[in-house]
Design a protein around this ligand. Structure first.
Ligand code: CP
Length: 306
């Protein structure tokens, strides 16, 4: 049986192309499983997984929990609000107390970049990064690639534009690594203030014109403005952002070739995307959510083999 080259999923940066293909191929098999009348397999029976979320989440938390249950793992859920973190307990103490209850794997979302890396070198359990601040969100990038592969047949050779708040996005960085490792071309597009200065060193194209980005790409992956991470004003108003960078259905319909519209969620309707674009035939946004369960099943299953 093929195995991953890593014991933890901390980011796409640490994965080889073989790792990515193994996860996507395994997810393909799990997608068949979750579309059967009996959606469950016994693969992780006797494994206990803790979902440890120090930041808000809808899709990622529920998707991991469902993936774990579909694999027959025992699941416990921890959220920082309502926990003893509020009484001053450290991250490491909190996780060591969870592990003392015989937990095998930690899925963690944390606001601090590097928090899962810190943990992985100090505990004896597999760690899966479910999003660490503005750094990486590896399972989101994997499910995005799975969705592109499903829709367009392959990721290699495709042109993907990531449009929006690149500076504060963990989805952007993980997608850049994941897409490039599979042979896709990547462009980032947004206002100058929301594109990090180091981006050129990653070998991506840069545009500040959303129509230019849409005309160039096969896939537009649109990101929301992360106001909760912005300490200063990066643009005059949401209304102005929407005027210059918002995407509507007419802009997609007028292109001279098909385009696939993606968004990791949550969508701020009327800001980065109008409802008629988000809900149009171009959009695979809900397919991404569906595919997230199969991809997370694959990640958990493969890590549990190590
Ligand atoms: N895409 C994503 O990470 O969504 P949540 O923040 O709801 O988990």
């Amino acid at each position: 049986m093929q195995q991953l080259s890593v014991r933890h999923l901390l980011g796409i940066k640490n994965l080889t192309e073989n790792d990515i293909q193994l996860i996507l191929d395994t997810a393909r098999e799990f997608k068949d499983v979750i579309n059967r009348p009996i959606k469950k397999v016994p693969s992780l029976r006797d494994i206990t997984i803790a979902n440890v979320f120090f930041e808000n989440s809808t899709r990622t938390r529920l998707s991991f929990e469902l993936a774990e249950k579909r694999l027959s793992a025992d699941v416990i859920n921890f959220s920082a609000s309502g926990s003893s973190v509020k009484k001053g307990e450290t991250l490491l103490d909190t996780v060591n107390n969870i592990l003392a209850m015989k937990v095998d794997m930690i899925v963690m979302r944390h606001a601090s970049p590097g928090a899962p890396h810190y943990l992985s070198s100090r505990i004896n359990a597999n760690v899966v990064n479910a999003g660490d601040g503005t750094h990486e969100h590896p399972t989101q990038a994997l499910l995005d690639s799975f969705s592109i592969r499903e829709k367009l047949g392959d990721v290699a050779g495709k042109r993907v534009a990531i449009i929006g708040d690149i500076l504060h996005s963990r989805v952007a960085l993980s997608n850049i690594f994941c897409l490039q490792r599979q042979g896709a071309e990547v462009m980032v597009c947004g206002p100058t203030t929301l594109i990090p200065k180091y981006i050129g060193s990653l070998g991506v194209k840069v545009s500040h014109n959303v129509r230019e980005a849409l005309a160039w790409c096969d896939v537009a992956n649109v990101l929301r403005i992360q106001l909760e991470r912005q300490q200063i004003k990066y643009f005059p108003s949401l209304r102005e952002y929407s005027l210059y960078y918002g995407i509507n259905k007419k802009m997609l319909d007028e292109l001279d070739r098909p385009i696939v519209l993606m968004h990791p969620g949550p969508i701020n309707r009327g800001v980065e995307l109008t409802s008629d674009a988000a809900d149009s035939h171009h959009s695979i946004i809900l397919d991404q959510v569906e595919n997230g369960v199969a991809v997370r099943m694959a990640v958990l299953y493969l890590l549990a083999q190590l």
